[in-house]
Design a protein around this ligand. Structure first.
Ligand SMILES: C[S@@+](CC[C@H](N)C(=O)[O-])C[C@H]1O[C@@H](n2cnc3c(N)ncnc32)[C@H](O)[C@@H]1O
Length: 200
């Protein structure tokens, strides 16, 4: 736990401005490698160090990576990944075949907010679901209606049942494709796609 925000177990060392890849990054990457096809146009929201986007680049038609943290985008310069500074989907007009997000999911009170950009890697608001819910509200409009799907990393700390209910309310079909238990939480990867493509 040394060097991480107390009780959080997510990747950060003192002085870091960008999220250091951790168990959650690796779980989402494993699910993404199973999911991606060479025809896919991929969008990764919240790319951080770029570990996931860089690994997918040789396996996809195109990879666009965004982050709200300007320090995160530098690591992708010259890699072939199209890096864009954006708050979730703002300014993004295209649709994608595969969208990925390892979001800030920790329930965070006012007294727990970190100084600087790194806070965006952790702070999920009071419930842990603030950014996740905004993501779900914009997701369907950015997925290809036929064949589009998303992989969303979640923790038991942010109420996956509530996230699933919100996703269904947004017209998305939901399934859990990967889960892993750790000492203090369970991580899971939720696969989402427009419900009508399942005939629901
Ligand atoms: C937990 S880190 C994950 C980083 C990287 N994808 C990984 O798996 O290692 C979450 C990332 O999402 C970014 N982020 C948080 N809120 C965002 C938002 N509203 N729009 C875009 N990126 C956001 C953070 O800056 C951070 O880089």
């Amino acid at each position: 736990m040394t060097g991480r925000p107390p009780g959080r177990g997510r990747g950060a060392a003192p002085g870091d401005e960008v999220y250091e890849p951790a168990e959650d990054s690796r779980l989402l990457l494993a699910a993404a490698l199973e999911e991606v096809t060479p025809e896919d146009r991929v969008l990764e929201i919240g790319c951080g160090s770029g570990i996931i986007s860089r690994a997918l680049l040789p396996r996809a038609r195109r990879v666009v990576a965004t982050d709200v943290n300007p320090a995160a985008l530098g690591s992708l310069r010259g890699t072939g990944v199209d890096a864009v500074r954006a708050d979730l989907f703002s300014g993004i007009r295209q649709r994608f075949d595969l969208i990925l997000f390892n979001p800030p999911y920790l329930p965070t009170g006012e007294e727990e907010v970190l100084e600087g950009w790194l806070n965006f890697a952790f702070d999920g608001g009071e419930t842990g679901r603030e950014t996740i819910c905004r993501f779900l509200e914009g997701l369907k409009d950015h997925l290809e209606p036929a064949g589009g799907r998303a992989l969303l990393l979640l923790s038991s700390l942010c109420g996956p049942g509530e996230v699933e209910a919100k996703a269904r309310a947004e017209g998305l079909a939901v399934e859990v494709v990967l889960r892993e238990r750790y000492f203090f939480e369970e991580l899971l990867v939720m696969r989402l796609n427009p419900a009508e493509s399942f005939g629901e």
